[in-house]
Every structure is written in C-alpha cells, then in structure tokens.
Write a protein that binds this ligand. Structure first.
Ligand SMILES: [Zn+2]
Ligand SMILES: [Zn+2]
Length: 323
C-alpha cells in the first residue's frame, strides 16, 4: 500500500465553491483551521464529507485534506457531490489520475436540490435542468471510476417546506429514484434526513430499502435509532453528537451500540466541539470518535476497530488493510 504521506505528483483540482457562498455567517465566523487532535489508535474512515467545498482562512487542496486526515489516523474518505456542479466535480476528481488512493465518492441529487430542479431555477434565479435530467446525469456518472455509494438523497423538511406541494413531490420522486438506482447498481445508499424521520421510514418501507442503507449525519432520537437498527440499516454519526444540546443523539447512539454505527464529518460543516463553527475536515474525526467511545462505554481503540470493520463491510472498501 502506498504511504499516505506520499507527496502527490500534481495539484488537485480546486474546490468548486466557497462555503461562504451558502453560509450567511460565513464572513463573521472564525475561519481558522482548528489544531489537529491526538492521532487515533486504530484508523477509521470518514464515510461522508464534501471536498468540493472550500472553507477556512487557508485554502486546503484535496491532497492537503487527505494528508492531514492520514496524519491522525483517518486513512480513507468518501466525498459526496450533492448538487449538479458538485456531482460533475466529484466525478472528474475520482476519474482523474490525481485521485488519492484513499479517496472514493458518491453522488446524488440532494433533496433540497431536487426541489430546485423541479422549479427549474436555483436560488440565484439561474436556470436548472429538470429533475429527470439531473437524475439521469447522476445515474450515468455513478457508473464511473471511484464511485462506491449513491448519496446523499432523502427528505429535508427544514430547508424545503413540506407545504410546498411541488417541492415535496420532487423530494419524494427523487428519493424513490435514488433508492431504485442503488438497487440497480448494487451500491449502498446514503440518506439525508432532516426533520423527516417518519416520511423517510415510510418511503423506505414502501419501496424496500437497499441492502446497505446508511442514515448519514444521524439526527433522530433513541426510538428512531431503534427503528432503523431493527431494519438492518446503519447510523453514521457526525460532529453533532459532540454538541452540548445533543443529548437525544447520544441516547440514540447508546440505544443501538457500536455494531451498526459509522463516523463522518459532513465537512466542511458540523465541526465537533470545541471548535463548533470553525471549518471542518476529516482530520477532526478523533474528536467525534472520543464522544462515540465514551457514550458506548468502550475504549477508543475498540470503537475505532468496530467502526472501521463496519464501514469496510458496508462499502466493500478499503479492501483488506484493516488495522
Ligand atoms: Zn446531508
Ligand atoms: Zn452532506
């Protein structure tokens, strides 16, 4: 296996957009990169981040993110492209000769994007292709190199009103199309569920969930966690599990235990405590892992080992190489 510290031969493509473009607090936030935490005793995989976003006072390349992650024992990453621009960027990165060996990805039309495609315009009023066209482009690109997951899809009643009939219908249509796509391609499915637990359950139960279904950035309580775990799905915890007001989330984690759990950053968002609001990157996962170990009453080493094995089983990657 190549050393993760190997210097890349060429610069990686620059991110497509700045987080500040979509985050109104962008200019007021502390945009300095948090210091690196203590390295993990056993390496884990960040199964959900967005490398297409730039953040921070110092611009990091894809290879910078990968190197910083590897230095603290996050030795593999899955980057997710969730609007059409990011989908194309992610596909190009994964297909390029410069793709780090420790990087794979997935693409989908994010639920909030599905609503925009149905409307035909983005937030700036620019014209967008229809939802069907967007999904067929995703379907095409998912067949390219380095793609190991369909995601993120699902339902979001936080940023898109469920009372907007067209938007709601678009989210349901898009979710169902991605469920079918995951089955067709025999890939795992990553679900985005924001304020939509019950509807997510209903759709998955009605259509039949793909064999490998992951609730990314799990945000439910213990009861919802149990419902998901009983169906054989996986819960991926982000930095939110470290937040002070996230007791229900820690109870959810305590409810399911380590067996069906994974870890992610959703970087550059959701930076774990004590660096909330600052830029996030895979190298900050040790902070989230510390909370996961504490809540599940295991050693950090055991928590890392179990999560690594689960993640490898679900994605079929990285092959071997378990610590
Ligand atoms: Zn999400
Ligand atoms: Zn995400």
């Amino acid at each position: 296996m190549p050393s993760p510290h190997e210097t890349p031969s060429a610069a990686s493509p620059p991110p497509v957009r700045d987080r500040g473009d979509i985050d109104p607090r962008g200019t007021k936030r502390d945009r300095s990169w948090p210091p690196a935490p203590e390295p993990l005793p056993v390496p884990v995989i960040d199964n959900h981040c967005h490398l297409d976003f730039a953040d921070g006072d110092e611009q990091l390349s894809v290879h910078d993110h990968v190197a910083r992650a590897a230095a603290v024992g996050v030795d593999a990453q899955i980057t997710i492209g969730s609007d059409l621009e990011a989908v194309r960027w992610t596909a190009a990165l994964l297909a390029s000769a410069e793709r780090p060996a420790s990087l794979r990805g997935g693409v989908a039309v994010h639920p909030n994007e599905a609503a925009l495609h149905a409307r035909g315009r983005d937030h700036e009023g620019r014209e967008l292709v229809g939802l069907d066209a967007a999904i067929s482009e995703v379907s095409e690109l998912l067949r390219g190199p380095g793609m190991i997951v369909v995601g993120e899809t699902g339902l979001d009643w936080f940023r898109t009103s469920r009372k907007d009939e067209r938007a709601r219908a678009a989210q349901f249509d898009s979710f169902r199309a991605h469920i079918a796509l995951a089955k067709e391609l025999d890939l795992p499915l990553q679900i985005h569920d924001r304020d939509a637990h019950r509807d997510v359950l209903e759709v998955l139960d009605a259509d039949g969930a793909p064999e490998r279904t992951v609730l990314h950035c799990f945000s439910g309580d213990a009861e919802f966690a149990r419902a998901c775990a009983d169906r054989g799905w996986f819960l991926s915890f982000a930095g939110t599990v470290t937040f002070k007001n996230a007791q229900p989330l820690r109870e959810a984690l305590g409810e399911v235990g380590l067996g069906q759990v994974m870890v992610e950053t959703d970087a550059p968002f959701l930076t774990p405590v004590p660096y909330r609001g600052r830029p996030n990157s895979s190298y900050l996962i040790p902070l989230t892992m510390a909370t996961i170990a504490e809540v599940t009453g295991t050693t950090l080493e055991q928590a890392c080992r179990t999560i690594r094995t689960t993640t490898q089983d679900v994605y079929g990657w990285p092959v071997g190489g378990a610590a």
